[in-house]
Ligand binder design. Structure first.
Ligand code: G6P
Length: 359
């Protein structure tokens, strides 16, 4: 087992470090197929994205990418709800995109089968080759992340985001909804993402030190705006899964509507704050939390964040639409270090399974 871990103490850490390679493989592995799939998507007005867990968070990022670039707003629903809420709304005009690492999640498979039965086209974004999801789907795109052993998804999430980004760019090309110049720029930006992730991995030691100071905290809040809201949800999920610390992810604007009542001295608030159209609003939300004594951890590329932060995780500049792939990496590392510091096995969290094959 030690050999399989390539010198890393846990599979999860190995898989976090594999992300630059995995993202590169996802880009190269899908370059040829993406056009045909985008053309198929373009033929449909009703688009649904179904998934569970971390794959569901990828679906939420997918919604922002599709709406910003292709001006199409997919409905993203967790697969266990989709089956019961949308049955009547699915017909041959619908396209259902299922995102699943394992290709074996019971709720996701059931949603796909329902979609097929109602005549919809089904596209699967899957990691495990030949899994059940690939057999049900009309079309499959693979994430090419390689086997993921850690229960908490890491490299399969960033590769799902990579595939969704490629799809949204190509869909925008087919539909003519964004300038070719910007789409080319984004495509080049995506190719540079593995290097940015590599740079972010250099923060590992600092993140470990940060985690040491936070090991006994009971609640964490992760806040984001726009395309960073799913990153906040995913950061909180990672922490819950393996460190067993209570965490909430939410849009920063929602803070005032309840969660602010829970903030007191030293409660960590992790703000996902890439530069972009809501950056100034985010500074305001951070200041609100700070005024209640929260311990502010920020991720961003603006020096302005230093002034409002107890801990500032400096990120490389990146287009906001590509930021979810880069910004989730420090959150994975924070969760990993907290799990280990608290004596948990991050690869095998209690009560959880890698693949949930019962409904
Ligand atoms: C389980 C795993 C998660 C995963 C979810 C969906 O809960 O522990 O890491 O995100 O299932 O799995 P899937 O294979 O469908 O992506």
């Amino acid at each position: 087992e030690m050999a399989e871990k390539a010198g890393f103490p846990h599979f999860m850490l190995k898989e976090i470090y594999e992300q630059p390679r995995a993202i590169r493989d996802a880009i190269h592995g899908n370059a040829d197929a993406i056009r045909t799939v985008a053309e198929e998507i373009a033929r449909h007005d009703k688009i649904f994205i179904v998934a569970m867990g971390t794959s569901y968070h990828a679906g939420l990022v997918g919604r922002y990418l599709f709406q910003r670039l292709a001006k199409k707003v997919p409905i993203v629903e967790d697969a266990s709800e989709f089956r019961y809420e949308f049955e009547d709304l699915i017909d041959e005009k619908a396209l259902v995109i299922a995102i699943t690492q394992s290709g074996e999640t019971a709720d996701t498979l059931a949603a796909m089968k329902l979609a097929k039965k109602r005549g919809a086209k089904v596209l699967a974004i899957v990691n495990v080759v030949g899994s059940m999801a690939t057999r049900i789907a009309d079309l499959t795109l693979y994430t090419h992340a390689g086997p993921e052993i850690g229960v908490a998804a890491t490299k399969t999430y960033t590769t799902q985001l990579t595939v969704l980004t490629m799809l949204a760019i190509e869909l925008a090309r087919v539909l003519g909804t964004a300038s070719e110049e910007y789409l080319n720029e984004l495509e080049e930006g995506l190719k540079a993402v593995p290097d940015l992730v590599e740079a972010v991995l250099q923060h590992d030691e600092g993140l470990k030190e940060l985690a040491e100071g936070l090991r006994d905290r009971k609640d964490f809040f992760y806040i984001g705006r726009g395309i960073s809201v799913p990153t906040a949800l995913e950061g909180a999920l990672k922490l819950k899964e393996i460190s067993y610390i209570h965490a909430e992810g939410l849009s920063a604007g929602e803070l005032k509507h309840g969660p602010l009542a829970l903030l007191e001295d030293g409660v960590p608030v992790v703000a996902i704050a890439p530069s972009g159209k809501t950056f100034d609003k985010m500074i305001g939300n951070i200041e609100e939390s700070r005024a209640r004594g929260a311990f502010i951890i920020t991720l961003g590329d603006s020096e302005e964040l230093r002034r409002v932060s107890d801990a500032f995780i400096e990120m490389p500049p990146v287009d906001e639409l590509l930021s979810p792939i880069v910004y989730v990496v420090p959150l994975q590392l924070i969760a990993y270090h907290l799990a280990v510091l608290r004596g948990n096995d991050p690869d095998k969290p209690r009560n959880l399974a890698k693949s949930v094959t019962v409904e």
